[in-house]
Design a protein around this ligand. Sequence first.
Ligand code: CA
Length: 705
Amino acid sequence: MTQLHRANIYCRIVAISLLGNVLLTNAALGAKTVDDALMSDTSNTEDWPAYGRTHNEQRFSPLDQINAKNVSKLRVDWYLDLPETSALAATPLVVDGVMYFTGSRNIVRAVDAISGRELWSYDPEVARHAGERLKVAFLHGSRGVGLWGDKVFTTTRDGYLIALEAKTGKEVWRTLTVDPTKALYITGAPKIFKGKVLIGNGGTENGATRGYVTAYDAETGNQAWRFYIVPGNPADGFEDDTQKMAAKTWTGEWWKYGGGGNAWNGFTYDAEFDAIYIGTGNGAPWNQKIRSPGGGDNLFLCSIVALDPDTGEYRWHYQTTPGETWDYNSNMDIVLADLKIKGREVKAIMHAPKNGFFYVIDRSNGKLISAEPISEVNWASKIDLASGRPVENPAARYQAKRATVLPGPLGAHNWPPMSYNPETGLVYIPTIHQSYTYDDEETDIENWRSPDWQSDAPGDGIGLGGGEAIQLQPGVSQGSLQAWDPVNQKQVWSIDLPALWNPGTLSTSGDLVFQGRADGVLVAYHAKTGEALWQFPLGLGISAPPITYSLNDRQYVSLLVGWGSGFASFGGGDASNLGWEYGKHMRRLVTFSLEGKTDLPKLPPPAVPVPLAAPFFEVESKQATDGAALFGQCTFCHGGGVVSGGIAPDLRASPAVLSEKVFDDIVRGGSLREKGMPSYESLSDNQLSQLRHYIREQADLPATN
Ligand code: CA
């Protein structure tokens, strides 16, 4: 077994010069082996070696130097400016005093976890390498790196898995994990166990895709196994009996649409049962009437699937949303805990997928123990405990009639991870409260075509008409943080948050829960009561969960501050109103301690983009209408209605749109490709003009907020 060497990295010499030249040497802490033992050691407080801290994915730390009594004294200890512009969504990892994280454009950095000094950085130059595939690999941030032995493992949004030397950041191997003709992308952190690196991908909505996860050998990058989440075309023969079994739950010609199920997040290794659990995605397309017209459960969509970690062989599954048709994927975190339920010790899985229920599952056999709603739900009245199946509201399937369904496709809980505190017995869940109108009255079910990013004809989207996200009650917050009792399946406390989408949580033995917010404030709550004990404005919307670690008897709390990820791209106006305008605010890694003495340089205040006035640009309404259709492919970054949520420029305020030449250089010529703007070379002069007219039409609309 190789080791994460810390040699030069940790010969950190702190010079307190003055005239006396006193030298203090920070003695090496001793090299640790990064393996399953380290990632299973819940008593280790120096490190944060894996995505959810340890293999149980609890995001709980036994550290209590910072606690409910003294957290009001928490100050910035150090920070590192990250001069890039896109989302920071990652969980930093810490081992042996070195912190590793991914930033904008999949750049990986290693920094000294005591001083914040950068030790190395690795830039996969993804914007340049992705080329045409930038069009489908959105500007989402990566959720993190993985560690094993002497290596750091990272992914790129265009589908590579890369191994780096932990000591130097030098590339050791890379492998392409996706078919580059498909519109697949990676945002998830690789999951590492038993010398294997597991990764899936996203892209269910981007075209005909058949979801899978792949495990690679950590030393060599050679493929160890692959598990397909949905069955392929029976005419090609099934890979094994599991695929044959799954195919019995599908109807029609699902393989023509791919089926979906992509696993882009939610991987947990269970050392006690020697199993890997995969949270699986929704169907491609969303509308089940298209992909499986005769109904059926459509295995293994929206499920937790337990696999053999050595071979990838199927063990069991639990499907949270059989026959899903609402984008209710189960890609959310899968948390392991020992619970005492009705006098019985249960080795439990806890899981809060998009569909609004909180599931407790017996991981010895995959059987459901309990499930109750954590938010407003109307697609099902309950989960039947005997069958483990939801009791559906038939109207929710929008059969011949538009239906307003709760929760909406953002889910009651999305990927921002929950944390579980075994001392309070509570789970701290970032929660969304929103409904959505599902409607396929205008959709041509028979002749529907999957999106094809390489074709001039863009395809037919998700298999629904344009739905509408609806706030449940005007004036009432759509986002909350709640503490949930998984044994009694009930809410213990809940805090309304200023915005709908907020990042993941951390809980500690200091009776604390930490959570950043979309409005840029990091808050520490009392874990038992939800009382806000400390808050710190960081000057930019937060998308990443905090971590904690301890070195030289000092406890640190650290997080990446960099607006972006899902809400900023899909959120349109709601996200825009937060004022995190593209490129205006420095991204940072910020670390706190009780002994911190650092002041964080102030950032510009939030500001909502102001459309440019350009009376000389006369909008032709026919051109603008045609441009609106073309702009569809631009909305994931630049926002619906050209209202950017902040992950890309708000084009209503862009002078580039006013110049035919500059606009052409950017859109067809690719002059901003390295910043993530793909080039659309096949657009005609007239189409370019249509886009400009549409953007300017939107810019000229009176402000609505
Ligand atoms: Ca989805």
